[in-house]
Design a protein around this ligand. Structure first.
Ligand code: C2E
Length: 732
């Protein structure tokens, strides 16, 4: 070590001798090792002294800072191993010859250039700047560079010493960032000591609580320790902070103006080296707006947006709960089903806006007549439901109903027009008239219908004699009319499979009615009624539109499902606008026409065979395929089939049912398949329920099978889950 010191001091002497006592040499000397190293290199070139060069290389190599020398064009002439390591290289030799720009982060190149130029132009002799070097693997490190200029090998060179300040810069940066966050975040922050005495607060704290830092300082935090927090503390907040170092929850906090607000608070404990808690950091938000929004959302989900009354789904929930409670307590419940008479006329003549205003006003009048513990809901359209609270005595029930009727009888003034309407009310009671919410609602509805039959503006209690079939049909017709506008219909889909390999090759759309009081109603209950009343035409148009929309959605998702089959009823088949309805459904949805199959019953074709030929041809021109449903039931001869433009025959379920045991059914089925194939028609067997039926049909050459054996009709979502996510093959 002593020898090294001697050698270094010799080197300094040698440099001083060379540069004399010039200010520059003095500065270099005075400024430390980089400058001395520069002198050494200079010396090495001008008067090579092996001893001196070795000493300085030793000196540079021992240095804990990076040292390097650049030619005036920026190429690295010399560097020590430390510098090479900082740049991600093993040895100094690896960086010699590289350009300093390639070792500098691109974003700092301008700074580098400025500092090189300052020295090369003579404007500065020494520079000091901080920038990011770019190491071999692309990572950046902050270095503080002390640079000077010297003469080397007959030209100007730059000597630089780089100190690794990466950690320092990053922690400064992080602390600046933390300061920024502390100052600018919208969350209130407070830092306390271990006794929750406030040491610092941020501007958001002041914004939320109204307290300025000087008012809060040194006070115990009320949010963390006050009465609002007491319950939480009892519930183990301190324990959680001690065990997990963190706790969060809602606190009630009081602003400076005395008002309370809900604060969502998150506290973290800070520990010293011994593990003891020294501080707490609390971050909180004012939860008022979120709470309000949550309450509003909850209200909207449960209430009718027009009248603000409970909606149908919350009524059903509340009623079910009340029934349960009444059952336990052995009490009775009374429900009114209220329908406004002549409301439709107002709506049709004065418009929806006036109709809405009338509904709001009527709801208000009903509300005024009831007690706070009575439940009032808008059931839909112009229908309201009341559940009377507190088991009212029999004589009270009609008095309340009459009060409600009278309140509606008073004229309403809407947009300057005086309007007169009335109300019909039906009533049913639990447990006398039904055991569940649906049964009681249905019976109150029946009673209400009787009140209307009696000339409206009346009240009727339900009695068991009222529920006969004819009335049910009337009720059904009534609600069927409303059902389309209330969007109560859904389509289910029954997949069809290739009899040969089990691949899915189609899906028949089958309508379902999600009735408000009866649940999911199958088409057998209402299609005939819809057909008789003509409602089948708008209903059928909706089915077409919806099936095409769903088909296109599946197509867009890349599902391979073959064709979508839609049933056309006889009345639809004979309606004038059938072709335009089909065309519109295809056009609006974008479903390719070849993917739509229309099922027409044999009976519908046979009603008017000549016209059917013309119509079927025109349907075919739209590009859709045509299938004859329930084939075999319409007594048409197989031979007559050839005159119709058809694609598919569906063997009726009644024949499939008898195979393979019933010889007649077997013969008919085989004949249908044989003739259909002769006429180049595909054959679908519907109602396949057993493996024997399937095996027989397959052996007989039937092309497609459809039935409970393979799948029941499913909702669109279930179809996707079952047949597309889990595979589209039938297990045959
Ligand atoms: N027993 C048994 N039945 C099976 C089996 N596989 C399927 N089915 C049922 O058979 C019926 C097949 O439809 P469909 O003959 O066109 O008979 C349909 C059709 O005529 C009519 N329909 C359904 N949806 C519509 C529609 O959107 N428009 C029109 N106009 N009629 C429809 O209502 C009828 C009944 O429909 P759904 O009740 O859905 O009854 C469906 C289906 O659920 C099985 O293996 N065994």
């Amino acid at each position: 070590m002593r020898a090294l010191q001697r050698r270094l001091s010799n080197a300094f002497v040698a440099i001083q001798a060379r540069y004399g006592r010039s200010a520059r040499a003095h500065n270099m000397h005075a400024r430390g090792p980089a400058h001395a190293f520069a002198g050494q290199l200079h010396q090495q070139v001008r008067a090579p002294s092996a001893d001196l060069a070795r000493s300085f290389r030793y000196f540079a190599d021992q240095s804990l800072v990076g040292v390097y020398m650049l030619r005036s064009d920026g190429a690295v002439l010399h560097a020590n191993d430390k510098m090479a390591n900082m740049l991600g290289y093993d040895r100094a030799a690896d960086v010699i010859g590289l350009h300093i720009a390639s070792l500098t982060a691109p974003e700092d190149l301008a700074l580098l250039e400025e500092n090189l130029q300052a020295r090369l132009s003579g404007a500065e002799e020494h520079v000091r700047y901080t920038h990011r070097i770019l190491s071999r693997d692309g990572t950046r490190r902050w270095v503080e560079v002390h640079g000077s200029v010297c003469q080397y090998d007959g030209g100007t060179a730059l000597v630089e010493m780089a100190l690794d300040v990466n950690q320092k810069v990053q922690s400064e940066w992080q602390s600046r960032l933390a300061d920024r966050v502390f100052e600018s975040t919208s969350e209130g922050i407070l830092i306390t000591d271990a006794e929750f005495r406030i040491l610092a607060v941020n501007p958001a704290f002041t914004r939320i609580t109204g307290y300025h830092p000087e008012e809060a300082m040194d006070k115990r935090s009320r949010m963390m320790t006050g009465p609002g927090a007491q319950a939480e503390i009892n519930r183990g907040m301190l324990q959680r902070l001690a065990s997990d170092g963190h706790w969060q929850g809602e606190m009630k906090d009081r602003r400076k103006d005395g008002s309370w607000y809900p604060a969502w608070l998150s506290i973290s404990a800070i520990r010293d080296n011994q593990g003891g808690i020294t501080n707490y950091v609390g971050v909180f938000t004012d939860n008022t707006i979120r709470k309000e929004a949550e309450n509003k959302l909850a209200f909207l989900a449960d209430h009718d947006s027009l009248t603000g009354l409970l909606n149908r789904s919350s009524l059903m929930r509340i009623f079910a709960q009340q029934i349960e409670a009444a059952q336990t307590a052995g009490e009775t419940l009374v429900l009114f089903f209220i329908d406004l008479d002549r409301f439709k006329t107002v709506n049709d003549t004065l418009g929806h806006h006036a109709g809405d205003q009338l509904l709001v006003a009527a709801a208000e009048r009903l509300r005024e007549q009831l007690r706070p513990d009575d439940v009032l809901a808008r059931f839909g359209g112009d229908e309201f439901v009341v559940i009377l609270g507190g088991s009212p005595p029999q004589e009270m029930i009609s008095a309340i109903a009459q009060r409600l009727i009278n309140s509606i009888l008073r004229p309403f003034v809407i947009n300057g027009h005086e309007m007169f309407i009335s109300a019909s009310i039906g009533s049913a009671a639990y447990p006398e008239h039904g055991e569940d919410a649906i049964a009681i609602l249905k019976n109150a509805d029946i009673a209400m219908y009787h009140a209307k039959e009696r000339g409206k503006n009346a009240f009727q209690l339900f009695s068991k004699e009222m529920s006969n079939h004819a009335l049910e049909q009337m009720l059904l017709e009534n609600s069927l009319r409303h059902a389309i506008e209330r969007k109560e219909f859904e389509l289910y889909y029954q997949p069809q499979f290739s009899a040969l390999d089990g691949a899915i090759c189609g899906a028949e759309a089958l309508i379902r009615w999600r009735h408000p009081t009866r649940g999911l109603v199958a088409p057998g209950m209402f299609i005939t009624l819809a057909e008789q009343t003509g409602l089948i035409v708008p209903l059928g148009a909706w089915v077409l539109r919806e099936a095409c929309r769903q088909g296109k959605a599946w197509l867009d998702r890349g599902y391979q499902f073959g064709r979508i089959a839609v049933n056309l009823s006889p009345r639809q088949f004979s309606s004038d606008d059938l072709l335009s309805t089909i065309d519109n459904a295809l056009g609006q949805s974008g479903l390719p026409s070849a993917m739509l199959e229309l099922e027409i019953t044999e009976g519908a074709i046979m009603q008017n065979p000549q016209e059917a030929v013309v119509l079927l041809k025109r349907m075919r021109q739209l590009g859709v395929t045509i299938s004859v449903d329930d084939f075999g039931t319409g007594y048409s001869s197989l031979a007559s089939l050839k005159q119709y433009p058809l694609d598919t025959l569906k063997i009726d379920r009644s024949f499939v049912k008898g195979i393979p045991a019933d010889a007649d059914d077997v013969a008919i089925t085989e004949a249908i398949i044989a003739v259909a194939h002769k006429l180049h028609l595909q054959v679908v067997a519907e109602g396949v329920e057993s493996q024997e039926q399937h095996d027989f049909l397959r052996a007989a050459g039937c092309d497609i099978v459809q039935g409970y054996l393979h799948s029941k009709p499913l909702s669109a979502g279930d179809i996707e889950a079952r047949w597309y996510l889990g595979g589209a093959q039938a297990e045959i």
